[in-house]
Design a protein around this ligand. Structure first.
Ligand SMILES: NC(=O)c1ccc[n+]([C@@H]2O[C@H](COP(=O)([O-])OP(=O)(O)OC[C@H]3O[C@@H](n4cnc5c(N)ncnc54)[C@H](O)[C@@H]3O)[C@@H](O)[C@H]2O)c1
Length: 256
């Protein structure tokens, strides 16, 4: 196969709101894209193609190592390369700690944490084998470091993502592979948009946690992803860029 001359990005959960905003950013930066997701959205895939990108849609469950292996094989079959890998697929729910079932707990870990491990390891093995340097970006969350009520397994999975980024960064750095996380705050999109639809009473409390005073937009997250994709971030690895409008400090000073 002739070597694909454009850089290629892979985003898991790429059909979802933050994944899609990040895909748009990468396409604007000149990348071709692979979007891996459990659900389909042809309109979003077509919209990226209309911007001039080659886009491969991969339906796969990140919780399954076999499904991830198959999807990543297809990326190499289609493009012959990968340059940026963003692990982003995630779920959340609102349940009191005492009421979470073991199945719900495990599902969070399988998707939000183990899914990142499956994708990162499979991609990094190929990069190391091929002597290719690449960038891995994790979508973490401000709650990776701040306990929050009703979302215990989500917080635990995101804390795991943060440590996974640092451990992987340490071992992959000698191969020229960087691993960083981005920690968004409370975004009017995706998981939180659905939460606000189901629990509109949460909005006031959420707003009280955001020192910058406006709720975050998916594009605010994509801008930071763009920085991590760009050469300006080449010397950064093993860290989290928190872009949360100040939620972490807001939560620390909120009245109890
Ligand atoms: N929305 C927020 O306020 C917010 C804040 C901080 C972090 N995040 C993180 O951003 C990421 C994206 O979330 P979002 O808000 O865009 O939600 P979203 O629901 O719009 O996107 C998540 C995507 O992941 C996909 N997905 C779920 N399970 C999957 C599986 N097993 N295999 C493959 N794909 C699967 C979904 O189909 C969906 O397209 C998540 O990791 C989330 O934790 C979101």
């Amino acid at each position: 196969m002739a070597r694909h001359d454009k850089s290629v990005g892979l985003i898991t959960g790429g059909i979802g709101d933050l994944g899609y905003a990040s895909a748009k950013k990468m396409v604007e930066m000149g990348l071709d894209m692979a979007l891996l997701d459990i659900k389909e959205n042809a309109r979003r895939v077509d919209a990226l193609r209309e911007k001039g990108a080659r886009v491969l849609y991969l339906q796969a469950d990140v919780a399954s190592r076999e499904a991830v292996q198959g999807a990543i094989e297809r990326v190499w079959a289609e493009f012959g390369r990968l340059d940026v890998c963003m692990c982003n697929a995630g779920i959340s729910m609102n349940v009191p700690f005492l009421e979470y079932t073991v199945e719900e707990w495990n599902r969070h870990m399988d998707i939000n944490l183990n899914g990142y491990f499956h994708v990162t390891q499979e991609v990094a093995k190929r990069w190391v084998d091929g002597g290719h340097k690449g960038k891995i970006i994790f979508t973490g969350s401000w709650v990776q470091d701040v306990p929050y009520k009703l979302i215990a397994p989500y917080c635990v999975s995101k804390a795991g993502v943060w440590m996974l980024a640092r451990c992987a960064a340490l071992e992959l750095a000698p191969h020229g592979i960087t691993v960083n996380a981005i920690a968004p705050g409370i975004v009017e999109a995706g998981l939180t948009a659905r939460e606000l639809r189901d629990f509109p009473e949460f909005r006031e409390e959420f707003m009280s946690l955001i020192p910058l005073g406006t709720i975050q937009q998916a594009e605010d997250v994509a801008d930071v992803v763009g920085f991590l994709v760009s050469d300006a971030s080449n010397y950064i690895t093993g860290t989290t860029i928190t872009c949360d409008g100040g939620c972490v400090v807001g939560a620390a000073s909120a009245p109890k």
